[in-house]
Each structure stands twice: as C-alpha cells, then as structure tokens.
Write a protein that binds this ligand. Sequence first.
Ligand SMILES: O=C(O)c1ccccc1N[C@@H]1O[C@H](COP(=O)(O)O)[C@@H](O)[C@H]1O
Length: 221
Amino acid sequence: MTKVKICGIRDDHMVRTAAKAGADWVGFNLVPQSPRYIAGDEFEGVSDKLHALLGTAANERVRSVVLVADPAIDFLRGLIDAVPPDAIQLHGNETPDFVARVREVVPNQTEIWKAIGVASRADLRTISDFGAADRVLVDAKPPKGADRAGGHGQTFDWSILKGWDAPKPWFLAGGLTIENVANAIYATGADAVDVSSGVERETGVKDSALIRKFIAAARPA
Ligand SMILES: O=C(O)c1ccccc1N[C@@H]1O[C@H](COP(=O)(O)O)[C@@H](O)[C@H]1O
C-alpha cells in the first residue's frame, strides 16, 4: 500500500484529520520563509506549538516529521532534546558531509530524510552520495529566485524516474494533487508520496476534505 506523508500541518485538528484519514506521517515545517512555518519562539526555535503538535501526532499514532532547511547542528540538538520527531527532513542545500554530521548527532530512532530537487537523470545520480540519509524525497527543483527549496506545488518530468534503481527508500514529492497522484504513482512506481500545497484550500491552509481525497486517491481500493 502506498505510504502517504501530509506535510505543512499547523494545527492539532489537521494532525487528527490526517491520522484518521490514514496518513503514515505528518510533517511540521520549521523553515521561516515558508507559509507553513510553525513559528519558533523559544528553546532555540523549538516552540511550544511544535512540542504540542508532536505530542498530538504521538497520541494519534501517526509518525511525525520536522522539516528544516540548512539547520545549525546546535538547533538540531535542541530539537532532539526537547521532543524527538520520528524523522527530520533536510530540505535545503545540505551537502552529503553535512547529512553525515547530522546522522552523528541525531539518535538512530529518528530517521534522517534528505530532499533532492531533480530535473534530469543526472540529478538522480547525486542521491547515491547521501549514504547517511535513511530516505530521500525526490522533489521538483524550486523556481528561479525562490526563497525556499520546496512547497511550490510544482511537478517535474516523472519519466526521468523510469527504470531508476533507487539506492534507498524514497518518496515522490512536488506538485502532487488529488487529480494527479494516482497517475504519478503509476508513472514512477513510487511506494511513498509526500504532499503539501495539493491539500490546501489556500496557500498554507490545509483542507480536511482534500487530505481525505488525496489519501484515497493514492490508495485506490
Ligand atoms: O512547504 C513548504 O513551504 C516548504 C518549504 C521549504 C522546503 C520544503 C517545503 N515543502 C516540501 O516540499 C515538497 C513539495 O511540496 P508541494 O507538495 O509541491 O507543495 C514536500 O516535500 C513538502 O514537504
């Protein structure tokens, strides 16, 4: 069954909605430039709000992911000490060496995911450099001049994944919607998908019905 991550959730109600709809992961965004940012106001940026959301996810038995971009190592230490998520998603310009450093400071029970923007088969080859990552998110590259690496609702040419021998577990991300997700899974062979913009009624505002429809579309009966 295709696994689904719903990213950019900002309130308890949507955590519960996603969990009840059958999401495998919920993602919380700590990228300040993002419209899905969960403001950090204390403890090196780990806010009470994030703490509460991670607690709700644990109660709802849905796995939690904290999305960061080019974080300071000390910031990650603070995050882990406060309340460790099930995964940390690195969605900036992190190098393979940096990801390896993150792996050293984050306990093994928290997975490290690395997002890679792709537009060609050559971009896919860079993935094998990220040996320290548990999973990769294969996402569209951001538009030119964008202030953040993801969450733009843009797809990429899925045909570049044809015949790809993935070196590790991976997600398909980038512009997935209730209309295109089934076709995207068919075209790429992805067994896990990640969505943010595609389940929003307006930028940064998740929609319960779209979350339910997206998960149903990713897992047709
Ligand atoms: O959602 C954001 O604003 C965001 C900001 C910075 C880095 C990543 C971000 N989102 C991630 O991007 C992909 C694709 O999102 P979309 O479905 O195309 O909106 C997804 O993994 C989000 O987690």
